[in-house]
Write a protein that binds this ligand. Structure first.
Ligand code: IMP
Length: 225
């Protein structure tokens, strides 16, 4: 922890592995992740095992920090909005992702509106019910879909790296499985015939998911592969 309390910005709360914006941390460069989702953070840590990096969630540094409105027209736009806001707030390298579901029979919807397909405060169950209704008359062969993820990483010097990932599949006819979140119970990945995304373990999902794919692509980009 820094011995200089003045380095802590107004509203910031000390995190378990405390870091202070603008400071040099002897344990490595700090990358702020614009998310409060601990599952995502763990996934990012294991996918980007660069020895000189340490990841901290924006919410750990400042519980009051309001994540910006996701007003972009693409996943990349939204990831950039979050990464830029995070870098401006904390003055350190920042990483943000944005993802969602594209259904071919719905011309790519729900897309960037995935979280609010059934309304502004919709639950996962409500979004899934709306999706099933929208596809009620669509035959199996036309229920193709994919998850997409875009990640924007902004290094401490301002250099931006963008990586994307996809996971192809189809939309089933009823929810199946207990794992995951969002549209996982309705999504039947091509890579796991006979099982919905919600029937996969977390490790199995990470292997084939859009986010796992984007993180592997980001790792290759950053490693210069
Ligand atoms: P976010 O980018 O993680 O905020 O995701 C936005 C929305 O897309 C979520 O609320 C879900 O509805 C959907 N979504 C994104 N990733 C997944 C996933 O891995 N499984 C299921 N739904 C997802």
């Amino acid at each position: 922890m820094s011995s200089n309390p003045d380095a802590t910005p107004a509203g910031a709360t000390p995190a378990e592995e405390s870091v202070h914006p603008g400071s040099t941390d002897p344990r490595g460069e700090v990358v702020i992740v614009a998310s409060s989702n601990h599952g995502k953070l763990a996934e990012i840590r294991s996918a980007l095992p660069f020895a000189h990096w340490r990841f901290s969630a924006a919410s750990e540094l400042d519980a009051e920090w309001p994540s910006p409105d996701e007003t972009g027209e693409t996943f990349e736009d939204n990831a950039r909005i979050k990464a830029v806001a995070c870098r401006e707030r904390f003055g350190m390298a920042a990483l943000a992702d944005d993802s969602g579901l594209e259904v071919d029979a719905l011309d790519g919807a729900p897309g960037v509106y995935s979280a609010r397909f059934a309304g502004p405060c919709a639950t996962d169950a409500e979004n899934n019910a709306r999706l099933l209704l929208a596809l009620a008359d669509v035959p199996d062969a036309e229920r193709t879909a994919r998850f997409r993820c875009s990640i924007v990483f902004i290094a401490a010097d301002g250099t931006e790296t963008v990586a994307t990932g996809t996971c192809e599949g189809r939309i089933g006819h009823e929810p199946r499985g207990e794992h995951g979140f969002g549209y996982d119970p309705l999504f039947l990945p091509d890579a796991t015939p006979g099982r919905s995304m919600a029937e996969l373990t977390l490790a199995e999902k990470n292997e084939i998911s859009h986010r796992g794919d984007a993180l592997r692509n980001l790792r290759s980009e950053l490693a210069g592969e």
